[in-house]
Structure formats: structure tokens, C-alpha cells
Write a protein that binds this ligand. Sequence first.
Ligand SMILES: Nc1ncnc2c1ncn2[C@@H]1O[C@H](COP(=O)(O)OP(=O)(O)O)[C@@H](O)[C@H]1O
Ligand SMILES: [Mg+2]
Length: 266
Amino acid sequence: MPKKIPLLTVNHLQKTFREGKKERRAVDDISFSIEEGECLGLIGESGCGKSTTVNMIARLLKEDAGEIYFNGKKMTQGHRLRPVGRELQMVFQNPKDSFNPRYTLLEGVMEGARHYRIYEKKELKAAAKKMIGYVGLKESLLDMPVRSLSGGECQRAAIARALLCSPKLMICDEATSALDVSVQAQIIHLMRRLKKEKQMTFLFISHDLALSATICDKIAVMKKGKIVECGSAEEVLHHPRDPYTQLLLKSVLYAEVNSITDRSVL
Ligand SMILES: Nc1ncnc2c1ncn2[C@@H]1O[C@H](COP(=O)(O)OP(=O)(O)O)[C@@H](O)[C@H]1O
Ligand SMILES: [Mg+2]
């Protein structure tokens, strides 16, 4: 049988930022891959290089070295950034900032699909309404200014906007980090549904190892631009090999979140 090609492959990716004479290697020779339908967690503390990595994958930032293959195409070719297109969608930490302040919920959710001309005009509205219902938002909110919604509702809207583009990969960069713990759990629950019902593939970025283990199949732990440990979520959570992973698990933040989160809802 021919070997299945991963949906995303990252090989020896590197990025150094220069400010005057100072140099900072934000991403230092990292490699990983994600199979279709899988969720990979890229976990590490603030400043370890997670967003720099995803920005290179989403082609918002040029790498210094290394290769990225997405959906069978080499993305790291030539000097120009090649747009990645609708097949890769991002969900960010502050969903409100990602919406145009003049948009209603319905307009905000339609934005991406309209840009990529995925639907006929008439179909678009119906598809957007259906998706808004799917992510658990009430129809009565459709004409509300999207930024007036709560953080959790806004994040559901951002997920609906991404889904309407029928992506192959969703990158969630700290998508639950700004939310209250109970709302965090609801968003994770929604993502798990997407995995199960739509076989969605995720790159899940977070500083919270315990929370990530509730959705990720595999976890890569990042420290100072490098991946220090990678394995099944189960393995990394219960039998961490690297001292840094052990430290992450012992951190105050973990203890706090772990004691408050009602994981029975997950
Ligand atoms: N545009 C930039 N210019 C200079 N330094 C940057 C830039 N973006 C990120 N960095 C630095 O690179 C490192 C990694 O940042 P980032 O990828 O945002 O980390 P994380 O998402 O894990 O918090 C940090 O030290 C950050 O200050
Ligand atoms: Mg970040």
C-alpha cells in the first residue's frame, strides 16, 4: 500500500528576528507532521516561538530556512510568500479583534467564504446561518454587532467563519486562552465535535498542557524555539520524559486550571 502523505509536514524550520545588533532565534530547527483528522498540540510557555511557527505555516511570515508541505504542495518556494488559501484557516486568541467592528454576526461569519467566493450569493447566507447554528449560536444573535457578543460567542463565530471556508486544517493559536475556564471547556467541546463529525485536522497551540491533552492526539512541547519532546498526548501528560515538560505540568497555572475546570463536560 502506498504510504499516506501527512496533511502538513514541517522540516527543519528556522526563524531569527533581528533588532539592531540583537538576534533572537524564535524558531530553531523544528520538524513535525500532522495526518488528516489528527490534532497536534504545540505547547510551551509564552515567547517560546509557537506563534512564529504558525505564522510561517500560514504564510504570513517568511522562514529563514526549512520546508513546509501542506496539502501536497511545497509552500516554501521562492522569495515571495505564496498565499495558502481557504484550505488553512486560523482561529486566534482575541476573536473580537479579528472581526470588522461594523459587521453583524452574520456578516462576520460570511467574510471568509465571501472572500474566496465559495458560494453563490443566495447560498452563502443560508450556509452561514446553518453554520452559526452548528457552532451553538442562537438565531436571535444574527443581526447583532459581532463585537458586542461575549468572548465565548465571538470565538464560536470565529470558528463558524473558518468552517464556512471548508478548511482542511484549522490552526487555533491560544484560541481558548482569553476565555473563562467554563467557556474554555465549551469551546474545546465544540472542537472535539468538529474532529468527530467533520474529521477536522487541527494544529492546537496553547501554553496549557493539561487542557491540550483533552483534545490533542499528539503533543509537541516547545522550549526556546525547539521541540524538546513529542509523543501521544497520553504519554506526554502521564509519562513526560523531558524535565521541561515535567516542569510545565507542575506549574502553578496547571494546578490552578486543573482544580477549577470541570472536565466532566469535556
Ligand atoms: N516580529 C517580531 N520581531 C521581533 N521579535 C519577535 C517578533 N515576533 C516574535 N518575536 C520574538 O520571538 C520570540 C517568539 O515569539 P512568539 O512566536 O510570539 O512566541 P509564543 O507565541 O510562543 O508566545 C519572542 O521572544 C518574541 O519576542
Ligand atoms: Mg503566541
